[in-house]
Design a binder for this molecule. Sequence first.
Ligand SMILES: Cc1cc2nc3c(=O)[nH]c(=O)nc-3n(C[C@H](O)[C@H](O)[C@H](O)COP(=O)(O)O)c2cc1C
Length: 288
Amino acid sequence: MQFSKSVIEIIKERTSWRTYSNQLLEDDTKKKIDQILTIKDFKSPFSELAGNTRFELIGVPEFAPDERKKLGTYGLIKGAQEFIVGAIEKSDYYKENYGYLLEAIILAATDLNLGTCWLGGTFNKSLFSTKINCQKNEIVPAITPIGYTIKTRRSKEKAIRAFVKADSRFPWSKIFFENTFSTALPRETTGRYETLLEMVRLAPSAGNKQPWRVLKEKDCDNFHFYVKSSQDLKLKVYNTFINLDIGIAICHFDLTAKDVGIEGTWEFLSPDINPSEEFKYIISWIGQ
Ligand SMILES: Cc1cc2nc3c(=O)[nH]c(=O)nc-3n(C[C@H](O)[C@H](O)[C@H](O)COP(=O)(O)O)c2cc1C
């Protein structure tokens, strides 16, 4: 994925937008989006294991009038005329792969000064699945509106953001660990990896639940990525999204590493660290 500036800047700029200007995308912008959606060799660390993934730009004006009333965004999204919709074959790591790829697309859209908002729950899954001609072995895990935003947020939008505390993130000590989940990773020891971890911390997540946990091995650059599921009955609904969330966080880590020239490989290991029902191991980064 090519960006016009540092991906670090873009990650810091990205925020969810739920109010759009009703304007259709200009032709040249549409062309750029179409090009981004069809990059053939664009892969995530999960792509070899996950099934084929495809994305399309879908315009609301192409919908029948009754369909336009059934977008399923429940007034949360206003004025959006276009959506990016993806379909992925059901497979191992399909959510992680989809999370990574759609986030990279969202960052590219941010780079074009367009607004987006991950929608994993509040959209009409069957309508958008029909629009992308979803096959039996495919699934549409999430979509995003894409368009020109009105730079002031509606009061409903502000209320949603306040409810999920969208502007804040957990402190380092709650999400980054050293050797065990009971020892916080001292930020000052992370050296050139500090920015990569900070970009993980800034990632969006469903309900802003921030389920990613990263365990660094002391004295070497091995980082193990986990997801923490919620045991709280009221929050269990968000557990459906944690594998998309970790894909997004890994996208931030990976693209930032490429941006600043830190080399490493993604590997599926079984680190000898006591997992529990709460923590599920996903993947490791082995720095070089
Ligand atoms: C996988 C995923 C699913 C999401 N689903 C929804 C959704 O259904 N409706 C919604 O309004 N926001 C949704 N969001 C947006 C989050 O609420 C938002 O990213 C979070 O509050 C952080 O705010 P920010 O994106 O502005 O940093 C989702 C985000 C992610 C990553």
